[in-house]
Design a binder for this molecule. Structure first.
Ligand code: AMP
Ligand code: MG
Length: 334
Protein backbone atom coordinates (compact mmCIF):
# COMPACT_ATOMS: atom_id res chain seq x y z
CA UNK A 1 0.00 0.00 0.00
CA UNK A 2 2.72 2.46 1.06
CA UNK A 3 4.56 1.71 -2.20
CA UNK A 4 1.50 2.73 -4.19
CA UNK A 5 1.21 5.94 -2.17
CA UNK A 6 4.91 6.69 -2.71
CA UNK A 7 4.61 6.08 -6.45
CA UNK A 8 1.51 8.23 -6.63
CA UNK A 9 3.18 11.01 -4.69
CA UNK A 10 6.29 10.95 -6.86
CA UNK A 11 4.04 11.09 -9.95
CA UNK A 12 2.16 14.10 -8.58
CA UNK A 13 5.28 15.85 -7.31
CA UNK A 14 7.48 15.31 -10.41
CA UNK A 15 7.01 18.42 -12.50
CA UNK A 16 5.85 17.93 -16.08
CA UNK A 17 8.63 18.64 -18.59
CA UNK A 18 8.40 22.08 -20.15
CA UNK A 19 9.19 22.78 -23.80
CA UNK A 20 11.60 25.67 -24.32
CA UNK A 21 12.14 27.05 -27.83
CA UNK A 22 14.90 29.50 -28.74
CA UNK A 23 16.34 30.65 -32.08
CA UNK A 24 19.59 32.46 -32.91
CA UNK A 25 21.07 33.94 -36.06
CA UNK A 26 24.53 32.48 -36.72
CA UNK A 27 26.58 31.26 -39.72
CA UNK A 28 24.37 33.42 -41.94
CA UNK A 29 21.21 31.54 -40.98
CA UNK A 30 19.04 30.47 -38.06
CA UNK A 31 19.60 27.73 -35.50
CA UNK A 32 16.56 26.64 -33.52
CA UNK A 33 16.55 24.68 -30.27
CA UNK A 34 13.35 23.05 -28.96
CA UNK A 35 14.10 21.19 -25.74
CA UNK A 36 12.13 19.50 -22.99
CA UNK A 37 13.45 20.11 -19.46
CA UNK A 38 12.21 19.88 -15.89
CA UNK A 39 12.38 23.66 -15.67
CA UNK A 40 12.79 26.59 -18.03
CA UNK A 41 16.02 27.94 -16.51
CA UNK A 42 17.78 24.62 -17.00
CA UNK A 43 16.78 24.52 -20.67
CA UNK A 44 17.81 28.14 -21.22
CA UNK A 45 21.22 27.52 -19.69
CA UNK A 46 21.82 24.40 -21.82
CA UNK A 47 20.67 26.18 -24.99
CA UNK A 48 22.91 29.16 -24.32
CA UNK A 49 25.95 26.91 -23.83
CA UNK A 50 25.18 25.01 -27.03
CA UNK A 51 24.66 28.24 -28.97
CA UNK A 52 27.96 29.64 -27.65
CA UNK A 53 29.71 26.59 -29.09
CA UNK A 54 28.09 27.15 -32.49
CA UNK A 55 29.16 30.80 -32.36
CA UNK A 56 32.74 29.71 -31.54
CA UNK A 57 32.69 27.38 -34.56
CA UNK A 58 31.40 30.19 -36.76
CA UNK A 59 34.36 32.32 -35.68
CA UNK A 60 36.62 29.41 -36.66
CA UNK A 61 35.02 28.12 -39.88
CA UNK A 62 33.50 31.20 -41.53
CA UNK A 63 34.76 32.23 -44.94
CA UNK A 64 33.24 35.70 -44.49
CA UNK A 65 35.16 36.57 -41.33
CA UNK A 66 38.66 37.63 -42.33
CA UNK A 67 40.14 36.62 -38.95
CA UNK A 68 38.61 33.10 -38.89
CA UNK A 69 40.93 30.09 -38.93
CA UNK A 70 39.45 29.19 -42.30
CA UNK A 71 40.34 32.57 -43.83
CA UNK A 72 43.86 32.25 -42.44
CA UNK A 73 44.22 28.75 -43.88
CA UNK A 74 42.91 29.83 -47.29
CA UNK A 75 45.23 32.82 -47.47
CA UNK A 76 48.12 30.54 -46.49
CA UNK A 77 47.43 28.21 -49.45
CA UNK A 78 50.59 27.18 -51.27
CA UNK A 79 52.78 28.53 -48.45
CA UNK A 80 53.29 25.38 -46.35
CA UNK A 81 51.79 24.14 -43.09
CA UNK A 82 49.71 26.23 -40.69
CA UNK A 83 48.40 25.52 -37.15
CA UNK A 84 44.65 25.05 -36.69
CA UNK A 85 42.36 24.05 -33.78
CA UNK A 86 41.59 20.32 -33.31
CA UNK A 87 38.00 20.82 -34.53
CA UNK A 88 39.34 22.15 -37.84
CA UNK A 89 41.41 19.00 -38.30
CA UNK A 90 38.50 16.75 -37.30
CA UNK A 91 36.02 18.41 -39.68
CA UNK A 92 38.47 18.56 -42.60
CA UNK A 93 39.34 14.88 -42.05
CA UNK A 94 35.67 13.91 -42.22
CA UNK A 95 35.15 16.04 -45.34
CA UNK A 96 38.12 14.38 -47.07
CA UNK A 97 36.67 10.96 -46.14
CA UNK A 98 33.41 11.89 -47.92
CA UNK A 99 35.34 13.15 -50.91
CA UNK A 100 37.02 9.74 -51.23
CA UNK A 101 33.76 7.87 -50.63
CA UNK A 102 31.91 9.85 -53.33
CA UNK A 103 34.74 9.88 -55.91
CA UNK A 104 35.04 13.62 -55.54
CA UNK A 105 31.33 14.50 -55.84
CA UNK A 106 31.57 16.03 -52.37
CA UNK A 107 34.63 18.22 -52.02
CA UNK A 108 35.24 21.13 -49.64
CA UNK A 109 37.86 22.52 -52.04
CA UNK A 110 35.04 23.96 -54.21
CA UNK A 111 35.79 27.41 -52.73
CA UNK A 112 37.40 28.91 -55.84
CA UNK A 113 34.58 27.57 -58.06
CA UNK A 114 31.94 29.05 -55.75
CA UNK A 115 33.73 32.41 -56.05
CA UNK A 116 33.69 32.13 -59.87
CA UNK A 117 29.94 31.51 -59.95
CA UNK A 118 29.24 34.16 -57.31
CA UNK A 119 31.20 36.69 -59.38
CA UNK A 120 29.26 35.55 -62.45
CA UNK A 121 26.06 36.35 -60.58
CA UNK A 122 27.31 39.78 -59.51
CA UNK A 123 28.31 40.69 -63.09
CA UNK A 124 25.34 38.86 -64.60
CA UNK A 125 27.76 37.05 -66.84
CA UNK A 126 28.44 33.33 -67.20
CA UNK A 127 31.93 32.34 -65.96
CA UNK A 128 34.36 31.70 -68.80
CA UNK A 129 34.62 28.03 -69.83
CA UNK A 130 38.43 28.06 -69.97
CA UNK A 131 38.69 29.66 -66.54
CA UNK A 132 36.34 27.02 -65.10
CA UNK A 133 38.46 24.25 -66.63
CA UNK A 134 41.69 25.72 -65.31
CA UNK A 135 40.17 26.25 -61.85
CA UNK A 136 39.04 22.60 -61.71
CA UNK A 137 42.48 21.27 -62.60
CA UNK A 138 44.59 23.67 -60.52
CA UNK A 139 42.47 24.82 -57.59
CA UNK A 140 40.17 21.90 -56.70
CA UNK A 141 40.71 18.47 -55.14
CA UNK A 142 40.88 17.14 -51.57
CA UNK A 143 44.07 15.28 -52.51
CA UNK A 144 45.74 18.70 -52.44
CA UNK A 145 45.05 18.92 -48.68
CA UNK A 146 47.56 17.45 -46.22
CA UNK A 147 46.51 16.99 -42.60
CA UNK A 148 48.92 16.55 -39.69
CA UNK A 149 46.63 15.60 -36.77
CA UNK A 150 49.41 15.12 -34.23
CA UNK A 151 50.93 18.54 -34.92
CA UNK A 152 47.44 20.11 -35.45
CA UNK A 153 48.58 21.47 -38.78
CA UNK A 154 47.16 21.63 -42.28
CA UNK A 155 48.70 22.37 -45.65
CA UNK A 156 46.90 23.43 -48.83
CA UNK A 157 49.28 22.37 -51.57
CA UNK A 158 48.11 24.71 -54.31
CA UNK A 159 48.14 28.49 -53.97
CA UNK A 160 44.60 28.81 -55.38
CA UNK A 161 43.07 26.01 -53.25
CA UNK A 162 40.22 27.34 -51.14
CA UNK A 163 38.18 25.45 -48.55
CA UNK A 164 34.43 26.06 -48.20
CA UNK A 165 32.66 24.30 -45.32
CA UNK A 166 29.17 25.31 -46.60
CA UNK A 167 28.18 21.69 -47.34
CA UNK A 168 29.19 20.17 -43.98
CA UNK A 169 29.83 22.90 -41.38
CA UNK A 170 26.28 23.35 -40.11
CA UNK A 171 25.93 19.61 -39.58
CA UNK A 172 29.20 19.61 -37.65
CA UNK A 173 27.98 22.53 -35.52
CA UNK A 174 24.80 20.55 -34.72
CA UNK A 175 26.91 17.60 -33.53
CA UNK A 176 29.01 19.84 -31.31
CA UNK A 177 25.91 21.54 -29.87
CA UNK A 178 24.39 18.11 -29.27
CA UNK A 179 27.44 16.99 -27.31
CA UNK A 180 26.96 19.92 -24.94
CA UNK A 181 23.23 19.32 -24.53
CA UNK A 182 23.82 15.64 -23.76
CA UNK A 183 26.52 16.45 -21.21
CA UNK A 184 24.00 18.76 -19.54
CA UNK A 185 21.56 15.85 -19.32
CA UNK A 186 19.07 16.87 -22.03
CA UNK A 187 17.15 13.76 -23.12
CA UNK A 188 14.49 15.16 -25.39
CA UNK A 189 14.60 17.88 -28.01
CA UNK A 190 15.32 19.02 -31.51
CA UNK A 191 18.14 21.09 -32.95
CA UNK A 192 17.32 22.50 -36.38
CA UNK A 193 20.09 24.40 -38.14
CA UNK A 194 18.65 25.42 -41.47
CA UNK A 195 17.61 21.92 -42.57
CA UNK A 196 20.26 20.09 -40.55
CA UNK A 197 18.30 18.47 -37.76
CA UNK A 198 19.16 16.26 -34.82
CA UNK A 199 16.31 14.57 -32.94
CA UNK A 200 17.24 13.85 -29.32
CA UNK A 201 15.17 11.04 -27.77
CA UNK A 202 11.45 11.64 -28.28
CA UNK A 203 8.79 14.05 -27.04
CA UNK A 204 7.26 12.94 -23.70
CA UNK A 205 5.01 9.93 -24.20
CA UNK A 206 5.92 9.45 -27.86
CA UNK A 207 8.14 7.08 -29.80
CA UNK A 208 10.02 9.65 -31.82
CA UNK A 209 10.02 13.10 -33.33
CA UNK A 210 7.97 13.59 -36.47
CA UNK A 211 10.05 15.49 -39.00
CA UNK A 212 8.17 16.99 -41.92
CA UNK A 213 10.04 17.14 -45.21
CA UNK A 214 9.20 20.32 -47.03
CA UNK A 215 7.52 20.22 -50.41
CA UNK A 216 10.20 21.52 -52.78
CA UNK A 217 7.62 23.25 -55.00
CA UNK A 218 4.96 24.40 -52.52
CA UNK A 219 6.10 26.74 -49.78
CA UNK A 220 4.93 25.88 -46.25
CA UNK A 221 3.64 22.47 -47.33
CA UNK A 222 5.02 19.12 -46.26
CA UNK A 223 5.76 16.51 -48.91
CA UNK A 224 6.12 13.65 -46.48
CA UNK A 225 7.25 13.04 -42.91
CA UNK A 226 9.38 10.59 -40.99
CA UNK A 227 9.59 9.62 -37.35
CA UNK A 228 13.06 9.44 -35.82
CA UNK A 229 14.81 9.31 -32.45
CA UNK A 230 18.51 9.89 -31.76
CA UNK A 231 19.22 10.41 -35.45
CA UNK A 232 20.22 13.29 -37.70
CA UNK A 233 18.12 14.38 -40.69
CA UNK A 234 19.56 16.71 -43.32
CA UNK A 235 17.76 18.13 -46.33
CA UNK A 236 19.37 19.82 -49.34
CA UNK A 237 16.93 21.50 -51.69
CA UNK A 238 17.18 23.60 -54.84
CA UNK A 239 14.42 25.97 -53.66
CA UNK A 240 16.27 28.19 -51.19
CA UNK A 241 19.73 29.06 -52.48
CA UNK A 242 20.89 29.38 -56.06
CA UNK A 243 22.96 31.55 -58.40
CA UNK A 244 21.03 33.67 -60.89
CA UNK A 245 22.76 34.67 -64.14
CA UNK A 246 20.95 36.16 -67.14
CA UNK A 247 17.63 35.32 -65.49
CA UNK A 248 18.53 31.64 -65.22
CA UNK A 249 18.75 29.77 -61.91
CA UNK A 250 21.78 27.59 -61.19
CA UNK A 251 22.16 25.29 -58.20
CA UNK A 252 24.43 26.49 -55.39
CA UNK A 253 25.90 22.98 -55.44
CA UNK A 254 28.78 22.61 -57.89
CA UNK A 255 30.13 19.40 -59.36
CA UNK A 256 33.82 19.73 -58.35
CA UNK A 257 34.86 17.53 -61.29
CA UNK A 258 33.32 19.69 -64.01
CA UNK A 259 33.16 23.06 -62.27
CA UNK A 260 29.50 23.53 -63.26
CA UNK A 261 26.42 23.72 -61.01
CA UNK A 262 24.59 20.42 -60.83
CA UNK A 263 21.32 19.75 -62.62
CA UNK A 264 19.07 20.65 -59.74
CA UNK A 265 17.54 17.87 -57.64
CA UNK A 266 14.35 19.26 -56.06
CA UNK A 267 15.09 17.74 -52.66
CA UNK A 268 17.39 15.23 -50.97
CA UNK A 269 17.04 14.07 -47.37
CA UNK A 270 19.63 11.94 -45.63
CA UNK A 271 19.13 10.30 -42.24
CA UNK A 272 22.32 9.29 -40.40
CA UNK A 273 23.67 8.73 -36.91
CA UNK A 274 25.33 12.13 -36.82
CA UNK A 275 24.57 15.49 -38.39
CA UNK A 276 28.02 15.98 -39.95
CA UNK A 277 27.59 12.87 -42.10
CA UNK A 278 23.95 13.64 -42.92
CA UNK A 279 24.92 17.16 -44.06
CA UNK A 280 27.84 16.03 -46.24
CA UNK A 281 25.83 13.18 -47.74
CA UNK A 282 22.78 15.28 -48.61
CA UNK A 283 25.05 17.61 -50.59
CA UNK A 284 26.88 14.65 -52.17
CA UNK A 285 23.64 12.96 -53.28
CA UNK A 286 22.64 16.18 -55.08
CA UNK A 287 25.86 15.85 -57.13
CA UNK A 288 25.89 12.08 -57.66
CA UNK A 289 22.27 11.68 -58.77
CA UNK A 290 19.97 8.83 -57.81
CA UNK A 291 21.66 5.68 -59.16
CA UNK A 292 25.21 6.43 -58.04
CA UNK A 293 23.93 7.68 -54.65
CA UNK A 294 22.01 4.48 -53.98
CA UNK A 295 25.10 2.45 -54.83
CA UNK A 296 27.35 4.61 -52.61
CA UNK A 297 25.01 4.79 -49.62
CA UNK A 298 24.52 1.03 -49.62
CA UNK A 299 28.08 0.77 -48.31
CA UNK A 300 27.17 2.77 -45.19
CA UNK A 301 25.46 1.51 -42.06
CA UNK A 302 22.43 3.24 -40.56
CA UNK A 303 22.07 5.77 -43.36
CA UNK A 304 18.81 6.38 -45.21
CA UNK A 305 17.99 8.59 -48.17
CA UNK A 306 14.90 10.15 -49.69
CA UNK A 307 15.39 11.60 -53.18
CA UNK A 308 12.71 13.71 -54.79
CA UNK A 309 13.01 14.09 -58.56
CA UNK A 310 10.86 15.26 -61.47
CA UNK A 311 8.96 18.41 -62.46
CA UNK A 312 6.28 20.20 -60.45
CA UNK A 313 3.02 18.27 -60.38
CA UNK A 314 4.82 15.05 -61.20
CA UNK A 315 7.40 14.62 -58.47
CA UNK A 316 8.53 11.14 -57.66
CA UNK A 317 9.81 10.15 -54.23
CA UNK A 318 12.46 7.47 -53.79
CA UNK A 319 13.00 6.12 -50.25
CA UNK A 320 15.59 3.46 -49.64
CA UNK A 321 15.04 0.31 -47.59
CA UNK A 322 16.33 2.00 -44.43
CA UNK A 323 12.88 3.54 -43.99
CA UNK A 324 11.09 0.21 -43.76
CA UNK A 325 9.32 0.30 -40.42
CA UNK A 326 9.44 4.09 -40.22
CA UNK A 327 6.14 5.89 -40.30
CA UNK A 328 6.01 7.69 -43.63
CA UNK A 329 2.52 8.65 -44.73
CA UNK A 330 2.34 8.93 -48.51
CA UNK A 331 0.98 12.26 -49.72
CA UNK A 332 -2.14 12.13 -51.93
CA UNK A 333 -0.62 14.14 -54.74
CA UNK A 334 2.80 15.54 -55.44
P1 AMP B 1 24.13 22.13 -48.57
O1 AMP B 1 23.13 23.23 -48.47
O2 AMP B 1 24.46 21.47 -47.28
O3 AMP B 1 23.82 21.14 -49.65
O4 AMP B 1 25.53 22.81 -48.97
C1 AMP B 1 25.66 23.62 -50.10
C2 AMP B 1 26.89 24.45 -49.93
O5 AMP B 1 28.05 23.59 -49.95
C3 AMP B 1 27.12 25.42 -51.08
O6 AMP B 1 26.49 26.65 -50.84
C4 AMP B 1 28.64 25.53 -51.09
O7 AMP B 1 29.07 26.41 -50.09
C5 AMP B 1 29.10 24.14 -50.72
N1 AMP B 1 29.23 23.22 -51.87
C6 AMP B 1 28.77 23.38 -53.15
N2 AMP B 1 29.05 22.31 -53.90
C7 AMP B 1 29.73 21.44 -53.09
C8 AMP B 1 30.30 20.15 -53.30
N3 AMP B 1 30.22 19.53 -54.47
N4 AMP B 1 30.93 19.57 -52.26
C9 AMP B 1 31.03 20.19 -51.05
N5 AMP B 1 30.49 21.40 -50.80
C10 AMP B 1 29.85 22.02 -51.80
MG1 MG C 1 25.17 19.57 -46.82
Amino acid sequence: MSLIVALLLSFILTPKPVLVERAFFVMGTVIEFSLYCQNKEFCNEAIFEAYSEVKRLDDMLSNYKTDSNLSQVNSHAGKGRIKVPPEFIELTGRAVYFSDLTDGAFDITVGELIDLWRNGQQKDNMPDEKVIKRTVSECVGSKKISLYPREKEIELKSSCLSIDFGGIGKGYAVDRALKILKAKGIESGIINFSGNIYAIGSPPGEEGWTIAIRHPRMKDEALTSIKVRDMAVSTSGDYERYFEINGKHFSHIIDPRTGYPVESVPSVTVVAENATDADALSTAVSVMGKEKSIETLEKLKRVGVIIVTGPKGNLSIYKDSFFKGFEIPEPDSH
